[in-house]
Write a protein that binds this ligand. Structure first.
Ligand code: ZN
Length: 170
């Protein structure tokens, strides 16, 4: 992920005057995909399919990590939904595109319309996340790799020591 890539801006959020032909097409396409996905899920569940224990554990761990380590900052966006309403939402600052931050649609909190495609979007800026706990730093991959390095070094030294013991006259 390119860190310096600018945040995506879509359409003219204030000058919007109703859905264009392209908006109508993308909402229709989105509805068809959602219906097909629902039908597939229904069919799988009806056939007795259950997610594996490992998949459930993995998902639970991901959710718990997100709960324990909320991102310290959030990117705030203003979105115009297909129904015409505007909503301000926040997302992880690593997501630079609408698709990454919100997939392609949201339910509208104003009129209750479900799964409305985003027809315009304006990145507002990054703000501190009030839910983040400043006292608990996220263990970064760099710290982990240093621990790994120390473990490896420790193992190597133990081997050397064992070899020296063998070589020394008893
Ligand atoms: Zn709405």
């Amino acid at each position: 992920m390119a860190k310096d890539r600018p945040y995506e801006s879509v359409g003219d959020i204030d000058g919007w005057s109703g859905p264009t032909k392209a908006d109508i097409r993308s909402q229709k396409q989105h509805d068809q995909i959602a219906q097909a996905a629902q039908a597939t899920a229904d069919r799988l569940l009806a056939s007795g399919y259950r997610p594996s224990y490992a998949a459930l554990v993995h998902t639970e761990a991901l959710l718990r990590r997100l709960e324990e380590y909320p991102p310290p900052e959030l990117m705030h966006w203003r979105l115009r939904l297909f129904c015409g309403h505007m909503v301000d939402l926040a997302a992880h600052p690593g997501h630079k595109t609408i698709q990454a931050a919100f997939t392609s649609a949201r339910d509208c909190p104003e009129c209750g319309a479900v799964s409305q495609v985003i027809v315009a979007a304006l990145p507002l800026g990054i703000r501190a996340n009030p839910r983040a706990k400043a006292t608990r730093p996220i263990p970064t991959p760099r710290v982990k790799s240093e621990v790994e390095k120390l473990r490896e070094e420790n193992a190597r030294l133990r081997e050397d020591l064992a070899r020296l013991r063998v070589e020394l006259p008893g």
